[in-house]
Design a protein around this ligand. Structure first.
Ligand SMILES: NC(=O)C1=CN([C@@H]2O[C@H](COP(=O)(O)OP(=O)(O)OC[C@H]3O[C@@H](n4cnc5c(N)ncnc54)[C@H](O)[C@@H]3O)[C@@H](O)[C@H]2O)C=CC1
Ligand SMILES: O=C(O)[C@@H]1CCC=N1
Length: 271
């Protein structure tokens, strides 16, 4: 499977995370290429991972067996239409798109009846602790297995039966690293007000998050049970949790996740 040549079109944050995971998992660097419209990110990717690079999307698409579309959703139509106009043979290749919002039907308008997997990774793919949702369209079993293989280094893969679930994965995992970073940022601010240095506070809070997540993954207990284990009757944690609860944390989280889904649905209509 490592013989297929994989070209990323768009070499930003998410492409870097997936490329890092592929290389770490043993995918040959000479079979990975990144194309970008500007040079600096390509130079960095070449230096870090020894992959091939190109300033031309068309050259990348012609070289590739598998084309990974990794530009922002707003750029996607222009990128796809240029591929079809200048490298029409790419219609026969397998496509993977990382973009939020855009449904399979939109790619079919721009590129025809292509074989496509919509993939929704998250940035912890960079450290092989990501979650990637995957939805295939028109793919063979081999192509599905191949896509699973190239994302294997990113962490957990979740194959979806219905395309609408991609938007649910965005809310639950794709966008979610930012929720945790926001929460940790707020904790860091308060820890700094209490007198900890910025670096001490960051290390303490990230370590606590890592410890809590590791316990949850290694234990059969629910999140609720793990929380109860920290919460002494009449103690400090009870006061902190009551304060979150009184402020409506659960409703706030549900509304934020729904807002992410609503935005993805809106993008599907407007882009
Ligand atoms: N950042 C994240 O956590 C996640 C992002 N995604 C999706 O991944 C895609 C990329 O997002 P990011 O990497 O965050 O964005 P980014 O802005 O970091 O990367 C996009 C790259 O595409 C390049 N680019 C723009 N127009 C181009 C063109 N015409 N030809 C070639 N390259 C071009 C830009 O120079 C940039 O390097 C988006 O569609 C996003 O929805 C999906 C899951 C998570
Ligand atoms: O914010 C976004 O639209 C992308 C998709 C999921 C994470 N980042």
């Amino acid at each position: 499977m490592n013989d297929n040549r994989v070209a990323f079109i768009g070499a930003g944050n998410m492409a870097r995370c997936v490329i890092a995971a592929m290389v770490k998992a043993g995918y040959p660097a000479e079979n990975i290429l990144a194309a970008n419209r500007s040079e600096p990110k390509l130079t960095a990717l070449k230096a870090d991972f020894a992959i091939a690079t190109s300033l031309s999307n068309i050259e990348a698409a012609r070289w590739a067996d598998v084309i990974v579309l990794a530009v922002k959703p707003q750029m996607m139509q222009q990128v796809c239409e240029q591929l079809l106009a200048e490298a029409p043979e790419c219609q026969e290749k397998l496509f993977i798109t990382l973009a939020a919002g855009l449904p399979v039907a939109r790619y079919e308008q721009w590129l025809g009846d292509i074989r496509l997997v919509r993939a929704m990774p998250n940035t912890p793919a960079l450290v092989s602790l990501g979650v990637t949702g995957l939805f295939p369209s028109r793919c063979s079993n081999y192509e599905r297995a191949f896509v699973d293989h190239i994302f294997s280094g990113t962490g957990l893969r979740v194959w979806l039966e219905h395309e609408a679930q991609i938007n649910h994965i965005i809310a639950a995992t794709g966008s979610a690293p930012a929720y945790f970073f926001y929460f940790m940022q707020a904790m860091q601010q308060k820890a700094e007000q209490l007198g900890f240095s910025s670096s001490e506070a960051k290390a303490m809070i990230a370590q606590t998050a890592l410890g809590a997540a590791t316990m949850a993954l290694q234990s059969d207990h629910s999140f609720d049970e793990l929380r109860q284990q920290v919460t002494s009757k009449g103690g400090t944690t009870h006061e902190a949790i009551s304060s979150f609860s009184a402020a409506g944390l659960e409703q706030m989280v549900a509304a934020a996740m729904q807002a992410a889904i609503d935005r993805a649905e809106e993008m599907a209509k407007t882009l």
